[in-house]
Design a protein around this ligand. Structure first.
Ligand code: SF4
Ligand code: MG
Length: 333
């Protein structure tokens, strides 16, 4: 299998008042070993629901995958039960989140929390475990590791806590790390350090990274491949160079237009006008971006645009690029 992770036609729905609304509707993409794939889009586009679907961490009372496959090394994770998923989570696939304070247990020491993972998923000998947790903390750039193992999460800064989360995530040398907005809650200088750390660790451990972010600066820093999501669907997908130098979907172009310029003293964020439609207000047919698209046509309300390749390795969901639909642009193909 060339792909480490292959998501095929994933549909994840939420039951709201007896009706199912899809936060993820037909998402497909794959992650190769040691590759960094960034999933980008504004909040509310289904990125987190997609990543929680992979890890089987959807809210049990109303969220469920009702169609599609999540193949990890060729094996579908969707039908697995809790026990089977527990073996994979934290071992083959790890996840870090935006807010490390909520992911860490406030009443347990840092050392205990790392050692629990080592104990559950590895055959590290008891007398080696403390040494191993200290060396993991050092690997994520924590110099006072011997002290930190005895401290509690609230004694650390946000950046340090995220380093601890990364140490826990890599404790079992996973093949895939899923990072959902890992730097969003941190201040700017710390963000850069954590991104640098993820890059370094990815290289050292040789793992693939699926990074979920709304921040194109993060994408530019790390991504090999980029998946742009809008309203539960993939709207554009290509390698990072093509996304930045030849963006094609009007949504991707709008996102790129809203990158704050770092060298400007006052950060001006040209946000895209309008908002992502909510689950309940999703257009029933036609393009989901139509109300915000600067180049929308009448046909966009009638026709569901398909995701199609405009060049090898570059897929776009927009009727402007679909030769079989009205409004196509001749120069695209
Ligand atoms: Fe814009 Fe139409 Fe393309 Fe949708 S299909 S992105 S509305 S041009
Ligand atoms: Mg999110």
């Amino acid at each position: 299998h060339e792909a480490l992770l292959e998501i095929k036609d994933l549909h994840t729905g939420f039951d709201i008042g007896g009706e199912t609304f899809h936060a993820v509707k037909g998402v497909s993409f794959s992650v190769k070993p040691k590759e960094v794939v960034c999933v980008v889009g504004e909040s509310g586009c289904g990125k987190s629901v997609m990543s929680l679907s992979i890890m089987d961490l959807l809210p049990k009372h109303n969220g469920k995958i009702d169609k599609g496959q999540i193949l990890f090394k060729g094996k579908d994770l969707v039908p697995l039960n809790d026990k089977e998923m527990n073996k994979i989570r934290g071992k083959d696939i790890s996840m870090i989140f935006q807010e490390p304070m909520t992911a860490l247990n406030p009443v347990l020491t840092i050392g205990y929390q790392i050692e629990e993972v080592l104990f559950n998923h590895t055959s590290t000998r008891k007398e080696e475990i403390r040494k191993k947790s200290i060396s993991l903390l050092k690997q994520v750039g924590i110099s006072r590791a011997e002290q930190i193992v005895n401290e509690y999460p609230h004694q650390l800064s946000g950046g340090m806590r995220q380093r601890v989360m990364i140490a826990i995530a890599i404790a079992c040398q996973p093949q895939l790390l899923i990072a959902d907005e890992p730097t969003t809650a941190l201040d700017v200088t710390v963000q850069a350090q954590i991104l640098e750390l993820i890059k370094q660790i990815q290289d050292e451990v040789g793992m693939a990274v699926l990074l979920i972010t709304h921040d194109l600066g993060v994408v530019a820093e790390l991504a090999d491949q980029v998946v742009v999501m809008y309203a539960g669907q993939v709207v554009e997908q290509a390698d990072a160079d093509r996304i930045f130098y030849n963006p094609q979907h009007p949504y991707t172009k709008s996102l790129l237009g809203s990158i704050p310029k770092m060298d400007e003293r006052v950060e001006v964020l040209n946000t895209i006008k309008g908002i992502v439609p909510s689950l309940k207000n999703m257009p029933q047919k036609g393009c989901r971006f139509v109300d915000r698209c600067p180049v929308a046509m009448d046909a966009c309300r009638e026709i569901d645009p398909l995701l199609g390749e405009t060049e090898k390795g570059h897929a776009v969901r927009c009727i402007l690029y679909d030769a079989s639909k009205p409004g196509q642009k001749a120069e695209v193909r």
